[in-house]
Design a protein around this ligand. Structure first.
Ligand code: ASP
Length: 349
């Protein structure tokens, strides 16, 4: 075993699932199953795989059950081993369910800022042992990317594509090519069986003087600390107030129209202004999957500015929500939270 192996962390997800009477459920003994499956690869491909150790969570989950506390556990497990003086891991690979994979990848990026090696997250649409599964291919590709010294950030590897974690979204319920990065180009791709990184797109060329991990206690947050509201035609101030003015709410993501528009309704704007006036962190992104918001282009959006709502630019909902969670969990002043929301912490803007 090399003294700089990768660390593979198995958290659950379809990739490790087994059939049960009620449908697929997270399976155990994943290391043995994975090592057995890798032995089915052609000998030359087996021989060129990096060495790895496996940390298998004893309680693997369907990622639809994940909470901020799960993001926190994962980041702390990686951070603890990252700094281990006895052993240097060359990189980290997180095996995760696809349903909330983009959320976990985004959250990890905010908690593990300034990585000097890779944290790659992958999953699959079919279980490892299912006929024609994409699991082994995704894991093989992710292992190869995770060992590249030029990859120094949280990335998602899926169907041969390598995407910045904080720009990734699940885009198809069952197609193998199930993830997309709507507003940032691919970081790399598998070409045959070789991982190819595209230089200049990676965070390694953009971050200096790091790492600076931030591991706030997400589990201390109330489960309503940050809410997500997609506006709909006819949305009422009364319903918005019920969520935004609730005492336990500290932040909210508003998914507004087009380039940053909402109804020009004084009552709605009043609720937003009251919420931000109470120190709540409110941000807006577009319901369009592509492009950024540019609040104030239309009169119909300028009220957002007056109400103190921040621009989420072209962030994905997953990135914007996990960033809000990350900021409200920290003992920062309201001004610091607002300032940090609008600057890039992990390549998300
Ligand atoms: N429900 C599964 C999960 O997210 C779906 C998958 O992994 O593809 O854990």
């Amino acid at each position: 075993m090399s003294n700089t192996p990768l660390l593979v962390i198995y958290t659950g997800g379809t990739l490790g699932m087994l059939p049960s009477d009620t449908g697929l459920v997270p399976g155990h003994d994943f290391e043995a199953r994975l090592r057995g499956a890798l032995k089915t690869l052609p000998p030359a491909r087996q021989a060129s795989l990096p060495e790895f150790e496996v940390l298998e969570y004893p309680d693997p989950i369907d990622s639809s059950a994940a909470t901020p506390a799960d993001w926190q556990r994962l980041a702390r497990d990686i951070a603890g081993r990252y700094a281990d003086p006895q052993k240097r891991y060359a990189g980290f690979l997180v095996l995760h369910g696809t349903d909330t994979l983009a959320w976990t990848a985004s959250s990890l990026a905010f908690q593990l800022q300034g990585l000097d090696r890779a944290v790659v997250v992958t999953g699959s649409q079919l279980p490892l042992e299912a006929g024609g599964s994409d699991a082994l291919g995704n894991i093989e590709a992710a292992l190869r990317f995770a060992t590249l010294p030029g990859l120094q950030e949280v990335a998602v590897c899926f169907a041969g594509k390598l995407m910045r974690g904080v720009h990734t979204r699940k885009w198809h319920t069952h197609a193998f090519d199930g993830f997309t990065s709507p507003n940032y180009p691919l970081l790399g791709e598998m070409v045959d069986t070789a991982p190819v990184l595209y230089p200049s797109r990676g965070l390694d060329s953009q971050q200096r003087g790091l790492p600076r991990f931030e591991l706030p206690d997400y589990s201390a947050l109330d489960d309503t600390a940050v809410v997500r509201i997609a506006l709909w035609p006819g949305v009422s101030a009364r319903l918005l107030a019920a969520w935004l003015l609730d005492d336990s709410v500290q932040g909210a993501l508003l998914e507004v129209w087009g380039s940053g528009n909402i109804p020009e309704d004084p009552e709605i704007l009043g609720v937003l202004a009251q919420a931000t006036g109470e120190g709540k962190l409110l941000a807006a992104i577009s319901q369009c999957p592509h492009g950024s918001v540019s609040i104030g282009t239309y009169a119909a959006g300028s009220g957002l500015l007056d109400a103190g709502v921040l621009s989420g630019d072209a962030m994905t909902p997953e990135a914007a929500m996990t960033k809000l969670v990350h900021l409200v969990a920290q003992p920062l002043s309201d001004a610091e939270k607002r300032q940090r929301f609008v600057v890039a912490l992990a390549g998300e803007l």
